[in-house]
Design a protein around this ligand. Sequence first.
Ligand code: G16
Length: 543
Amino acid sequence: MDVITVATDPIEGQKPGTSGLRKKTRVFMGPHYLENFVQAIFDGIGGAQGKTLVLGGDGRYFNDRAAQVILRMAAAQGARRVIVGAGALLSTPAASNLIRTRRTDGGIILSASHNPGGPDEDFGVKFNTPNGGPAPQDVTERIHAASMRVSDYRILESQDIDLSRPGETTLGATTVEVVDPVADYAALMERLFDFDRIAALFAGGFRMRYDAMNAVTGPYARAILEGRLGAPEGTVVNGHPLPDFGGMHPDPNPIWAKELMDAMMAEGAPDLGAASDGDGDRNMIVGPHTYVTPSDSLAVLAANAHLCPGYADGLEGVARSMPTSRAVDRVAQARGMAFYETPTGWKFFGNLLDDGRVTLCGEESAGTGSAHVREKDGLWAVLMWLNLLAATGKTVPRVMADHWAEFGRDFYSRHDYEGLDAGVAGKLMEDLRLRLDDIAGTEWGGRMVEAADEFAYDDPVDGSRAEAQGLRVRFSGGGRIVFRLSGTGTSGATLRVYLEDYTDDPARFGEDPQVALAPMIAAADALAGIAARTGRTAPDVRT
Ligand code: G16
């Protein structure tokens, strides 16, 4: 087998965003595109020579081809071992677990997460560091810098490796170890949660609908829920990973998981509805006639984690991303737990978890996780909810009612305006940024602004600073609006407007959040001129 050195030129725009590099699939399939970026990853981490890496992805279109290319490049560059999920599949949390437990030098995950898949949709590549977490900023900056000076890449000339079943083979001097993508992850879940109790819940007739959205969690959910926990067959729907996710948009929110929402809002709804995204790190929780916002879910899990064997000793602390609602802050305060606020992006939780400062963390973008891996974890969150329901005997609506009765309710919604002209969106943000200092003390949508600023984060562990992480406006009475541009889109710009308001009045707990948030919604438009500047009178997505 020969190593070929292929001459190439740097390709503009290979700059990792919130979570790795995401582009249209056809861009990734273009000449040298994938190879250049993989070479930049290897160069950015000091070469692949002698390293052990994990490789897998969410099964989307081009996942299989890209995995073969990466294996040949890793072999050409002297990697010692590559651990690959069978079928080149690994959910993001399962990959994180393998990276950690096998003490590797990191891993490459092929996924554009919740973005749709297919030849005309999205693809992505991200590198996770040896702690199992997404590469932090200094590493992604090195990768980007390497992409701008790449002049050749090395690749082995060889046949495709058979990745269809577990086993070991060699590629040049590299050992390729194909593993069952589910086994280690399922064993980890069994250590964290009370499987006997959850199994007894199902045996008692508890009904659940888990929508895997034709993405990577299908095999995990079928093995754990229907296999180990005895949930009836058919509990997992859309449970087979498909290259185009069967046309679904695998983003577990009320818009894109509409089938599940309809089932949960209908008469005779199951006791629990759940969904996860393309690569299995996001989750959605729904009870009969009760959608649980990700922010509330984080708060509920923080308040109840001690009911699960893996967290019986309590939590060291909790963290949330800045735009996530402050519901979890109230739990932390009431229970005397340390609390941290980080920028959007799971990578910012890594240091806090590694340093033992927090055990649980989460984001409004349907991500919840803990120190068990260094990624958010969709199925883990669902199992924690199951453990909680099994331990308390409560229904989802009861859990929420009791939580609000104790802590009050943070009404929350995110409004996304997708596919905006990047120039228009950038100008909207810039103009608002320039006015931040002047709006304190002024009234918008009938509410007074108490403070307004741009969020910056100083990492308490390594002292690094992340600036320009979103514009926040705080109102009297507990309201808040945050404006941010998404860092995960692949075309145009997505404006995210995060809206929240607080009440401790029990008579208001049942209100529809869109109604309760009307003053914040009006204030957001008035402050930023969304309709006037973008021509959009309604968001594309409301979470
Ligand atoms: C990624 C990140 C999350 C982030 C989300 C949305 O999630 O890992 O930390 O909250 O994107 O980011 P943005 O608002 O910049 O689009 P995922 O599930 O896409 O990997």
